[in-house]
Design a protein around this ligand. Structure first.
Ligand code: NOJ
Length: 554
């Protein structure tokens, strides 16, 4: 029997809503094609909002959908205030936004601050002559000698951060692809132009922005050109503009840096509301392979406190390679060996694979990783397709292998598009393990035992208490290092999470004496476990098993 339609109050008024959010990262072009041209679009996305709502996530993060030559899948913007014609029109976007809001889903879009496409009219004009009014919107130099201490990020494609512009006879600066010239944030007109682009989308009702590549906004010779005080000034300025005009909107910083550096992007709660926790992610993969909690515990201990209104964004996978920048050289070698033995799986400083293939399609490991994601501090971000365990295609160029069409059904083009298969923007995954014929939303919806059904359940439990989103974190220190156990606490609410990182059954004794007299209630089944006393609390866990217990004084 279907449940009666609910009259939803779209949102609560809490300006800190992002702290309790469960994010879902979606690429418009990958989700659903409504007009049969082989490319996903906004109308298609609207058709699939019920699915997103059913999954239980609360906020959508959309990859760039603006006009662009798509040489970096839209991160090369040529117009900040329109929609790429393949994805629809501004009107389609507005319909989508209203439909999402009507379902209580907030929407986060991208603002690529650091650079534009070289086809953006600003750059086209800037390169016309050295005296052009737009010249100083970008970063130019007569020689490629400036800023030599800045590293190269796309190591597989770029040899230098400078590229020669033969027309105007000078070098321009770019931290990413050479077709993505960096904007010059020393120029106040650039800040105003970017703010006005943000304002354009805020006026249309978007709830916030992921700020792409924020560490690189300002350059200074003799420095790494990352995380400079001047860059933080720009962000504080943008935040002030945001707060002057809007409430309950938010900024999420993409700063692939160590926690101590990322801390600065929260400022005194006057910069970004959220920032991704990049170093945690590879350490979760490492801990599982080493069967040892140490990498996770250590990085969380090195993670500084953040201002009360702020929040970490935690994730397992996203649209990029699994970045290994925030690990030591030894750790990187280890992760490459364990997760990317085939060199085709490697890209830049990372691994271009999806979650399920990384975990050898082992349902126990996929559940454990998601369990940790949803119970460690921070707002979790789920990458589209990972909720059904989609596979990847490492033979597609760049990061395309993790951006293939969503697998809706076992029918024509996986239910993604009515186009001829050759016309799809990327081929579907069709191998015997991850192929859409067997691995798809429709078949997983039919089984209560599917990964999708499990994900719905675990997300629901996560959302049942703010202890997961706002509670403190305290690690327990059992002798068995294969167990990762922690207490999350928020007022009277207490949750104990225990994870077995290993491939074999484990016994663990926990010091829960602080909770003597409490009864652990297992949160998936609601069953009481033996009462806690002042003696060590014994538990046994199967391979890769985890428990969440609500600690109740009964
Ligand atoms: C970070 C984005 O996540 C990535 O996909 C993009 O290529 C770079 N920024 C450059 O914009």
């Amino acid at each position: 029997m279907s449940s009666p339609p609910q009259n939803k109050v779209p949102f609560d008024d809490d300006p800190l809503w992002y702290k309790d959010a469960v994010f879902y990262e979606v690429h418009v072009r990958a989700f659903k094609d409504s007009n049969g041209d082989g490319i996903g679009d906004f109308r298609g996305l609207v058709e699939k909002l019920d699915y997103i709502e059913e999954l239980g996530v609360t906020t959508l993060w959309l990859l760039p959908f603006y006009p662009s030559p798509l040489r970096d899948d839209g991160y090369d913007i040529s117009d900040y205030t329109d929609v790429h014609p393949s994805y629809g029109s501004l009107e389609d976007f507005t319909v989508f936004l209203n439909e999402a809001h009507r379902r209580g889903l907030r929407v986060l879009t991208e603002i690529v601050l650091n650079h534009t496409s070289d086809l953006h009219p600003w750059f086209r004009e800037a390169r016309q002559s050295r005296d052009d009014a737009k010249r100083s919107w970008y970063v130019w130099n007569d020689t490629p000698d400036l800023y030599q201490a800045a590293r190269i990020i796309f190591t597989d494609t770029e040899r230098s951060n400078w590229t020669w512009d033969p027309g105007s006879k000078a070098y321009y600066w770019h931290r990413f692809f050479s077709h993505q010239p960096d904007l010059n944030y020393d120029n106040p007109s650039v800040r105003e132009a970017i703010w006005s682009a943000m304002n354009f989308w805020l006026e249309r009702g978007v709830d916030g922005f992921r700020l792409d590549a924020v560490p690189y906004l300002v350059e200074r010779d003799g420095t790494s050109c990352e995380n400079l005080p001047e860059t933080h000034e720009v962000l504080k300025w943008l935040r002030r503009r945001l707060d002057e005009s809007y409430s309950a909107k938010f900024l999420l910083a993409e700063a692939n840096q160590w926690p101590s550096e990322v801390r600065a992007y929260f400022g005194s709660a006057d910069e970004c509301h959220m920032a991704f926790h990049f170093p945690l992610m590879p350490r979760m993969f490492m801990a599982m392979r080493l069967e040892d909690r140490k990498p996770i515990v250590e990085i969380m201990k090195q993670t500084p406190e953040i201002p009360e209104p702020c929040q970490w964004g935690v994730f397992l996978r996203n649209h990029d390679e699994l970045t290994l920048e925030m690990v030591t050289d030894e750790e990187r070698d280890y992760l490459y060996d364990e997760y990317a033995r085939d060199s085709t799986m490697r890209l830049n400083v990372g691994i271009r694979r999806r979650l399920a293939p990384l975990l050898e399609n082992d349902r126990r490991r996929i559940e454990l990783m998601n369990g940790m994601l949803l119970s460690l501090p921070g707002s979790p971000i789920i990458y589209y397709g990972d909720e059904i365990g989609m596979g990847d295609n490492i033979y597609l160029g760049d990061r395309n292998g993790v951006r293939t069409p969503m697998q809706w059904s076992g029918g024509w083009n996986a239910g993604f598009s009515t186009a001829d298969p050759e016309r799809l923007y990327l081929p579907l995954i069709s191998n015997p393990i991850y192929g859409y014929q067997a691995l798809n939303v429709e078949s997983q919806r039919r089984s209560l035992n599917s990964l999708f059904s499990w994900m719905k359940r675990v997300i629901k439990i996560r959302k049942s208490s703010r202890v997961f989103s706002r509670g403190s974190l305290n690690f327990l220190n059992p002798a068995n290092h294969r167990a990762l156990a922690y207490i999350r606490e928020l007022g009277a609410e207490k949750v104990l999470a225990v994870n077995n990182l290993s491939d074999s059954a484990q016994a663990v004794e926990l010091d829960l004496s602080r909770f003597a007299g409490f009864i652990p209630i297992e949160m998936f089944g609601g069953n009481p476990f033996p009462r806690i006393s002042s003696r060590p609390y014994p538990l046994t866990l199967g391979p890769y098993q985890f428990f969440w217990f609500r600690l109740r004084r009964l």
